[in-house]
Design a protein around this ligand. Sequence first.
Ligand code: ZN
Length: 188
Amino acid sequence: MKSIDIEKTFKSIGMKKDGHFLLASGLHSATYFEKFRILEHPEFLVPVCEQIKEKFGSTDFLTVAGPTLGGVVIAYEVAKQFNKRCIFAEKTPEGLAFLRGFKIEKGEKILVVDDVLTTGGSVFKTIDAVNKNGGVVAGVAVLVDRSENPIDFKAPFFAVYKAPTKNYSPDDCPLCKQGIELVKPGGK
Ligand SMILES: [Zn+2]
């Protein structure tokens, strides 16, 4: 699957939406990537994750870790392709943590995966959880990187699809000023 096919696929399944959106980060944007449109289609998610496998094929790691919610599905698929273990980090009052008896050995190398990267918040929290448990991040992979500026995770980074997208703070959002209705995607 080449990158042009990914763009077409994302459009055809309605993963990329235009409007005025409140992102999980609290920022506003004219573009929203609805990750669940790809997570519900294994026939598209599998080839997208194959690109992550290709990129990190020669990287030494034992386990794939992702944050809830979308990261669970991606971590599972990537781990399956590599024939590695899959764990996931969940929200706690302090950030993200590996619950449910997930163990990380001291020095265990971990590939961190996530769905859509905006400010890097959930990836950084997953990295913190790996580090707190004595693990070492061997790489970071996401399906979509919509960050405006490159984010340094201090580990090799790969995005299957790069779409630098402008985000606005709520006080300085041109879409708010135009009176366009703000939509909070997801949930419901
Ligand atoms: Zn706005």
